[in-house]
Write a protein that binds this ligand. Sequence first.
Ligand SMILES: C[S@@+](CC[C@H](N)C(=O)[O-])C[C@H]1O[C@@H](n2cnc3c(N)ncnc32)[C@H](O)[C@@H]1O
Length: 199
Amino acid sequence: MDENPLATNALSNDFLLEEMRELWRESDTVWEECRNQLEFGGFVSADYVEIYQHLVQLQGKVTTFLEWGSGLGVVAIMASRLGYEAYGIEVEPLLIEHAQQLSERFGSEAEFAEGSFIPDDYQWGIEEVGNPSRTNFDTRAAYDDLDMELRDFDLVYAYPWPDEHGLYLDIMRTCGGEQALFLTFDAREGTSLRRARDE
Ligand SMILES: C[S@@+](CC[C@H](N)C(=O)[O-])C[C@H]1O[C@@H](n2cnc3c(N)ncnc32)[C@H](O)[C@@H]1O
C-alpha cells in the first residue's frame, strides 16, 4: 500500500477529500458526545479512509448504493458526494436524525430510511447463519420507504460484527441483485469487495 493511500490519481479530487475529512471529524465529534446514549449501543464507525478509496475506484461503474445499518450515515454521504444514487437503512431513529443532519450539512442527497435492512421475505435458517446477537430482527424492512428493493442496488456496504458475516452474506446471496457488489468492513480484516452471488 502507498505510504499515503490518498495521494493517488483516483483520489485527486482534493476539494472533496478535504470536505470528507471534515465529515469524518464531525462524525467523530458526534460519537464522542453521544457514545453513552443507549441508541448508540450498536454503533461503531468503520475506517472511512479505506471505504472512501473503494468508492472512488468504483465511481462511474455502479449507480445505486446502499449502506446497511447506516449509523451516522457517513458512508452513504460519501457515496452521494461521489455521484452515486445513495441510500442508508438504520434501525435507530436517533442515528437517522444525526445522519440526516450530517447529510444536509455536507451537501449530500443520500436518502435515509428507518427500519431493517433484512428484507421481509428473507428466509433464514439459524443453522446456516448462526444467531448474531447484535443484529436487530424485530423491525420491519425499510425498503418500501425508499421505493426500492434490495435487488435494485448495484453496491451494498455493511460493517458486520464477526458473528454477522454469515448472515449478511446469505442475505445478499439470496435477495441481492445478480451482479451486485458487496463491500464489507471488518475491524480485524479491513475491507472486502466481492460479488455476493459468486460466493
Ligand atoms: C457497526 S455499526 C456500522 C455503522 C456504519 N455503517 C459504519 O460503517 O460506520 C452497525 C449499525 O447497524 C445498525 N443495525 C443493527 N441491526 C440492524 C438492522 N436489522 N437493520 C438496520 N440497521 C441495523 C445498528 O444500529 C448500528 O448503527
